[in-house]
Design a protein around this ligand. Structure first.
Ligand SMILES: [Zn+2]
Length: 359
């Protein structure tokens, strides 16, 4: 039996940046075919879905296989119980720490059939870091569980993310006409239109609505009047009605007449979720008992597969929990052997068919 740290060290060395998860998904199909008598199924998005038999209430465990860049040729280094990359890539603890913990837990379960385990629905997704496209494409009607866990949040293992925002993106292409500064009369400068639009978009921001223009492209030379700009950005809000209103206002701004022509797109990518205190409380109780510590609850402006899986909370509630890793999405990302062990143990405890785990 391979321990969770060894499994983690192995799988972070399988490159799987978003859209290139094939080797990783094949590895998981092979692993689960060998360690449990269940048949992993791969869909057209390369998501891997595994269902195990058991007793009691089914439980969903979900983790994403893809990573951000720089995520190629990762060399994990274990020193004094802490695991980092060699410094020029991410580590991919986000989200392979959770994958390793699930692999190790299922391996243990299979080797201990004398204990009673809940039926598991295990979903490994693709494209999470790129608008959750994998889970969006997954046929969610296959999931039997009405409760699930993802370890893809900030915080200590088991800390609960109680809310996550609706998420939208916008792209605007401003088309004027460029000209040499000597022939300014031939130009339709794109800069005044750009400034006008940015000003109006900035006015939509509030404490409850986060808007970010993350990219502005335009210009070729200092002696040329710019005739074209492209701007790209995102909108996040916990409040679906405010979010909707903002998208409408944004569309209104972009539909107006300007000196330059506009081509634009405003798209909602994910819905958000807010769990109420009554929904969180039983989960908190279970986690505190199993972890033997107080867990904290916080809202996150980050988006995860849970946003998609929580679209029909009457049917399925998925809680995104902290994974204990640090500085994810940077070359300083790290986790610890203790984190990996704690996550695996928590998964095993949640998977045990005991009355108190079923909420
Ligand atoms: Zn993640």
């Amino acid at each position: 039996m391979t321990n969770v740290t060894d499994l983690f060290m192995q799988i972070v060395q399988i490159d799987s940046v978003s859209g290139e998860e094939k080797d990783m998904s094949n590895h998981l199909v092979d692993f689960f075919t060998q360690v449990c008598e269940c048949k992993p199924v791969k869909d057209t998005y390369n998501n891997v879905f595994i269902q195990s038999n058991g007793e009691g209430e089914p439980l969903l465990l979900c983790a994403h296989m893809d990573t951000v860049e720089p995520g190629r040729g990762i060399v994990p280094i274990l020193k004094d119980g802490t695991i980092t990359s060699s410094g020029d890539t991410i580590l991919a603890a986000d989200n392979k720490a959770a994958i390793a913990a699930i692999m190790s837990a299922v391996q243990y379960m299979h080797q201990h059939p004398e204990q009673s385990w809940r039926p598991l629905d295990i979903l490994f997704t693709t494209w999470e870091e790129d608008s959750c496209r994998g889970v969006i494409g997954f046929d969610r009607s296959k999931i039997r569980a009405n409760i699930g866990y993802i370890f893809d949040g900030t915080g200590e293992i088991g800390d609960i993310i109680s809310a996550s925002p609706c998420y939208g993106i916008f792209t605007v292409l401003i088309r004027g006409r460029s000209a040499h500064t000597e022939n300014a009369h031939e130009a339709v400068p794109a800069l005044p239109t750009l400034m006008e639009i940015i000003h109006k978009i900035e006015e939509l921001k509030s404490e409850k609505v986060l808007i970010n223009i993350g990219e502005i492209r335009g210009g070729t030379a200092k002696n040329t009047i710019i005739g074209k700009f492209k701007i790209m950005g995102e909108i996040r809000s916990m409040y679906s009605d405010l979010f909707e209103q903002t998208l409408q206002k944004m569309r209104g701004i972009l539909s107006k007449k300007y000196d330059c022509q506009l081509e634009w797109e405003v798209v909602q990518e994910n819905s958000g979720y807010i769990f109420s205190d009554t929904e969180i409380e039983p989960i908190k109780k279970v986690l505190e008992k199993l972890l033997n510590r107080k867990v904290s609850i916080h809202q996150s402006f980050g988006v995860s597969d849970a946003n998609v899986l929580n679209q029909d909370p009457q049917k399925l509630k998925v809680f995104n929990l902290g994974d204990g890793s640090r500085e994810v999405h940077t070359t300083r990302e790290s986790t610890t052997v203790e984190n990996l062990e704690t996550m695996k143990d928590l998964i095993l405890k949640l998977a045990k068919n005991q009355e108190e785990n079923n909420v």
